[in-house]
Design a protein around this ligand. Sequence first.
Ligand code: NAD
Length: 475
Amino acid sequence: MTTIATDYKVPQLTIDGTTQGSAETLSVIDPSTAEPFIEVPSASVEQLDEAVAAARRAFKTWSKLPLTERQDAIRAVGEIVRANIDELAELTMREQGKPVGNARGEIMASLRQVDFFGTIELNPEIIKDDETGKVVVKHDPIGVVGGITVWNYPILAAMFKLVPALVAGNVIIIKPSPYTPVGTLRLGELLQEALPPGVLQVLAGGDDLGKAFTTHPGIDKIAFTGSVPTGKAIMAAAAATLKRVTLELGGNDAGIVLEDADPAVIGKDLFWAAFSNSGQVCAALKRLYVPESRLEEYCAVLAEEAAKVVVGRGDQDGVVAGPIQNAAQLEQVKRLADDARANGADFFFEGEVPDGPGYWFPTTLVRNVAEGLALVDDEPFGPILPILTYTDLDDAIERANNTDYGLGASVWTSDPDAAVEVAERLEAGSVWVNQHPVVTATVPFGGVKQSGVGVEGSRYGLLAYTNIRVVSIKR
Ligand code: NAD
């Protein structure tokens, strides 16, 4: 077992370039033991006020720097993250539960934000320039951003927000999930070296602190990753001060396998589309539709992949999947599984989990299920996949779309024309072909319907951290 040394200096809040403790603390649980392993400060509303005041001061100069100077600082941010990857990966493994190699992968993926936004251009657009006048569209920073993040990819979620927000000229205060605050607090401490005071601040705290962000008059935009109900609460609260919002919410992504696909070829990718990060991925494959005539073949290849998965503590050799991150999430997965079992679902594969304490749930494959069952209609956010069948492709597409979610979807086929035809008809922010999900810095990612508002990634994601200002000159 990897241990955080007893003399490990507990990461603190970062406010105005310095670290601070707090009277209140958050006890952080290691999901593989279900035991607390560290206590970190939990910011008060007064500390939020202090951070917002510092942010507003910092914004005055940061927003006026040339883009290239802000990008120099962002590249320095990337260097610091890279230099401290071992520590950040260990903290992520301990608090989130994922294998340490995957934690490193998460942090490396976050560096692609730096590569992309660290060199992007944000030039004004000239939409008219003639003898009658000139019209220029500029992209001004919005101001102080409140970044509220979730527990499945804590460092990635923070970097997804802070990198484009700062490049666009904003300043940001990040509130990580109370379940996984440690790595983000440490990130905040480490990055002060690259940034002026008040440009990036990190305040850990519970849901109430998140609420205080959404009503704070000194915060101009909320960039949120989390659940649909919280996204709705944030949008409602933000209305009072007309804060801008970007909401990256939940999903219940369908994947439709077409007749021509070969289970031997796509089986492994299908499996990991659903089970990566123990299923705790917003845009994981959560409902798999296969042709009825080929159900047995797909169940066989998926079970073969599932049998290879070793679930355990993230620091043990050979482990490829960790626990569920928290007790409430484990209860949600168990509730959906129990309900499916009680309704006659066939649990044709259930893997092994370690004995003893920890938020364990086995790798689970389920068939003989249909819409109307909570396991199919709700987002499990855990290592369980319902496999549904269809005989008519139009019907499968309709069923796939029959949800309030609209984050991702996928089509699996070797026929490129059929892939495009089905992709065009799936209601989702991203439709992938023969893969699921793919989220990178260079491509926009966001949900339609109730899976979100706006996108992250790409130039579109950068523009989400700007207000348009038009300068119109009469000649
Ligand atoms: P959650 O919505 O409960 O919590 C997320 C964050 O919001 C936490 O920091 C929490 O403290 C804060 N919060 C809670 N109530 C708040 C309020 N009223 N005002 C402001 N902040 C508040 O999220 P969860 O249920 O723990 O996370 C799982 C969900 O996140 C899943 O639905 C998953 O699909 C979704 N998710 C989406 C994406 C995406 O990019 N679309 C990525 C990861 C996870």
